[in-house]
Design a protein around this ligand. Structure first.
Ligand SMILES: Cc1ncc(COP(=O)(O)O)c(C=O)c1O
Length: 390
């Protein structure tokens, strides 16, 4: 079925591979490394791409194609390619589009491994990155140079839940002829579609809310067809492809994305409101709380507030560690976007190698705690947080 008039949930459920002769209702798993050809001419025409068909699962696979097609419909994007992880998507997107001597302008608050790519690995190939403060978008243009090619940001950010105006980024990108790339992992296409605001490419770690159950790793980049073509050719040769099994899982997960997100966000708002009233909490950052500094922008570009909350515990580093030690029901884990609520303390874990100043530059204070609110009964999550905060 291919009706663009269908609603989000219908597209997520009814975008499906053609049935085989077995007339299966649920899509089967195509665990096959390669595909066969009728004859020499069929093989030749397939390799020259005169025929659009599967050749080898590093290039494409039916399960992967179904997953990508769904994400494209959800994001309103022309084309896409699926990766083994979110980081494979981030790396391959940049590596495919940039040449030695090119320059990236990015928000400083980006996921830790993306920061490592920008600061440790890309400079090896003479690709430099300048960071702007996500809370000072008026400074962005001052970082743009003649060799700047990509403007990059996450919104909301990991882990501080900062927000940036996607429409404003798009205006700047168009004015300076830059490719606007947005990591939409914290929002998912149900909550926010950056293409609608003018993004050229959208990246997801599908490992998070798209899987939603903490099972498999995956990533995807969708957007302008001409750019995806370059990313596809790069990836076809370098091999970061998503496995058919993970694609099958992720495509099934998309069928329930909307209902899961409704509940995740409902729970998260209740937890955020509870935290705002707790005497041991200094401040809470959640996009749909009026106290979020970018509340109006969040309301403009997001359908719901997401499932991630950042809050500042009173007492700094030690209080953050003590809080984690007292947690009983929620999990201490590095993932986010699971059915299970997960709490982390970035200053003593994921970002402990950064100096205090480096952490502050990306809005990570010593007492910052990140919660990925799950789908448990919300009063049980609150009871656990309350006893751990007391
Ligand atoms: C915003 C963001 N982008 C990218 C990634 C990388 O995704 P993956 O862990 O699937 O490689 C993450 C992982 O936490 C993330 O939070």
């Amino acid at each position: 079925m291919n009706n663009s008039e269908f609603g989000f949930e219908t597209q997520a459920i009814r975008t499906q591979l053609e049935r085989t002769q077995f007339q299966e209702h649920s899509v089967p798993l195509y665990l096959s490394s390669s595909f066969v050809f009728e004859d020499a001419e069929d093989m030749r025409a397939s390799f020259t791409e005169e025929k659009d068909r599967n050749i080898y699962s590093r290039f494409s696979n039916p399960n992967t194609s179904e997953f990508v097609e769904k994400i494209c419909k959800m994001e309103g994007a022309e084309a896409g390619y699926a990766f083994a992880t979110g980081m494979a998507a981030v790396f391959s997107t940049f590596a495919a589009l940039l040449n030695a001597g090119d320059h990236i302008v990015s928000a400083g608050s980006v996921f830790g491994s993306t920061h490592a790519l920008f600061m440790t690995y890309f400079p090896k190939w003479n690709i430099q990155t300048s960071y702007f403060d996500i809370n000072e978008p008026e400074t962005i243009e001052s970082f743009i140079k003649p060799n700047t090619k990509i403007l990059y940001a996450e919104s909301p950010t990991n882990p501080a839940v900062d927000i940036i105006d996607l429409e404003l980024l798009s205006v700047i990108a168009k004015k300076h002829n830059l490719i606007l790339v947005i990591d939409n992992c914290f929002a998912t296409p149900y909550i926010q579609q950056p293409v609608k605001w003018g993004a050229d490419l959208v990246i997801h770690s599908a490992t998070k809310l798209i899987d939603g159950q903490g099972r498999v790793l995956g990533g995807v980049t969708v957007g302008r067809e001409d750019l995806i073509r370059q990313i596809y050719l790069f990836s076809r040769n370098t091999g970061p492809a998503l496995s058919p099994f993970n694609a099958w899982i992720l495509s099934k997960s998309l069928e329930t994305l909307a209902v899961r997100l409704e509940k995740h966000c409902e729970n998260a708002l209740i937890v955020a409101e509870f935290l705002e009233k707790n005497p041991n909490v200094n401040s809470v950052k959640y996009p749909f709380l009026k106290s979020h500094p970018k509340y109006e922008i969040a309301k403009k570009q997001m359908l719901l507030g997401g499932n991630i909350i950042a809050f500042e515990i009173k007492g700094g580093l030690e209080a953050g560690r003590a809080f984690l030690d007292k947690i009983q029901l929620c999990s201490l884990s590095a993932n986010i976007g699971d059915t299970r609520t997960i709490v982390t303390h970035p200053a003593s874990t994921t970002h402990s190698k950064l100096s205090v100043d480096e952490r502050l530059a990306v809005s990570i204070t010593d007492g910052l705690v990140r919660i990925s609110v799950g789908l448990e009964t919300v009063k049980d999550v609150i009871a656990d947080l309350e006893q751990a905060l007391s």
